[in-house]
Design a protein around this ligand. Structure first.
Ligand code: NAD
Ligand code: IPM
Ligand code: MN
Length: 365
């Protein structure tokens, strides 16, 4: 039987609540669709700082290295905000993981399903039919550029972040975006700030070159400020949005808002091998952690993305997506997306419904 090893890094806040209810769904799917998953849990983030003093302990990295994928919850929280910045969970664990495994392309799909249209803050006629994918560059740009830090000048303290991109970094993520666009609606919009930023000019030049290999894909350009506005005005105009690191971070939370909740936004971080890191785009949500009300959809869908991109188990991935939609069709909702006549569920109840649906749908086949 095909066997896949998965490093499970639940992390902080709602991370462990979401991962705990999702693992049984992934196990069930693997059982139904004929493959085996070996999960190995490891500490990460604030939780790891408390236990070991380090946000990304060497043992965790070892477990990740001997796995074919990382299934990640979330990291961060108020408790660790007073640590030196480079020791905080986000900068000491999540960013190094992305960099170590060279996971340069972050895929964030946003869909407004008919059964969830009332969860969108937009008018139904505007949200209806939204089906877009943000391809965010993940290991470069202002997140990683050097120099970075604080210096004292005669005028006082100065903070420096550097936005830098090499042609090769743009080429590889653009290629991923074009390949995916080919399998979708064949439209790709490069989001940039080419009227101000030198790096954006290099992005435009490089992406135009890559586009020559993909004549079937329509290439458009849009400034990021306009894109932020167009996303709420007419989100259906977008298919694939290719963004540098920071723009992709910001626009993907906005796009999740269009769907109705950050709890719906899954993500896949991939590179040039089958190894990937799969995590909700949202964070540790301290405001709702421990209450059992977080929406598990993004976490479960991140598992489906893992099946698809790291294991090529497309059938199981599709079955998970179908099960979620069917549970939504039946009217079940977590609090963040509950409206009108829907039946309110806790995190755990919603995940159980998904597992039941997965099994029932399989038996019906
Ligand atoms: P957040 O994404 O944690 O939360 C933003 C809002 O979205 C909150 O109101 C939260 O309740 C809601 N939300 C997020 N996920 C949800 C879910 N599954 N169901 C229902 N509602 C959900 O962002 P924040 O509050 O700005 O950051 C909190 C912490 O998380 C910070 O330490 C931040 O650095 C960290 N963070 C981590 C990751 C990650 O680990 N990948 C991502 C983003 C933020
Ligand atoms: C995300 C998060 C991270 C990012 C933070 C926690 C470092 O916001 O995955 O979107 O900015 O990439
Ligand atoms: Mn973010």
């Amino acid at each position: 039987m095909k066997t896949y090893r998965v490093a499970v890094l639940a992390g902080d806040g709602i991370g462990p609540e979401l991962v705990r209810v999702t693992i049984p769904i992934l196990r069930l799917a693997s059982y139904l669709y004929g493959f085996e998953l070996i999960f190995e849990e490891a500490l990460v983030g604030g939780t790891a700082i408390e236990a070991t003093g380090k946000a990304l302990p060497p043992e965790t990295l070892e477990i990740c290295k001997r796995s074919q994928a990382i299934f990640f919850g979330a990291v961060g929280g108020k408790q660790w905000e007073s640590l030196p910045p480079e020791k905080q969970p986000e900068r000491a664990a999540l960013l190094p993981l992305r960099k170590t495994f060279s996971l340069f392309a972050n895929l964030r799909p946003v869909t407004c399903y008919p059964e969830l249209i009332e969860a969108s803050p937009l008018k139904p006629e505007i949200a209806s039919g939204v089906d877009l994918l943000i391809v965010r560059e993940l290991t470069g740009g202002i997140y990683f550029g050097q120099p970075k830090g604080r210096v004292l000048t005669e005028q006082g303290e100065r903070a420096i972040d550097t936005l830098v991109y090499d042609t090769s970094e743009i080429e590889r993520v653009a290629t991923v975006a074009f390949e995916i666009a080919l399998r979708r609606k064949k439209s790709l919009t490069l989001i940039d700030k080419a009227n101000v930023l030198e790096s954006s000019l290099l992005w435009r030049k490089t992406v135009k070159e890559i586009a020559k290999n993909y004549p079937e894909v329509e290439l458009k350009f849009m400034y990021v400020d306009n894109a932020a506005m167009q996303l709420v005005l007419k989100p259906t105009q977008f298919d694939v949005l290719l963004c540098e690191n920071l723009f992709g971070d910001i626009l993907s939370d906005e796009a999740a808002g269009i769907a109705g909740s950050l709890g719906l936004l899954a993500s896949a971080s991939i590179g040039s091998t089958k190894f990937g890191l799969y995590e909700p785009a949202g964070g540790s949500a301290p405001d709702i952690a421990g209450k059992g009300i977080a929406n598990p959809i993004a976490q479960i869908l991140s598992g489906a993305l893992m099946f698809e991109y790291s294991f090529q188990e497309e059938e199981a991935a599709q079955a998970i997506k179908d099960a979620i939609r069917d549970v939504l069709k039946d009217g079940y909702r977590t609090m963040d997306i509950a409206k009108g006549s829907s039946t309110y569920c806790t995190t755990e109840e919603f995940a159980e419904k998904v597992a039941q649906k997965l099994e029932a749908n399989f038996k019906k086949k």
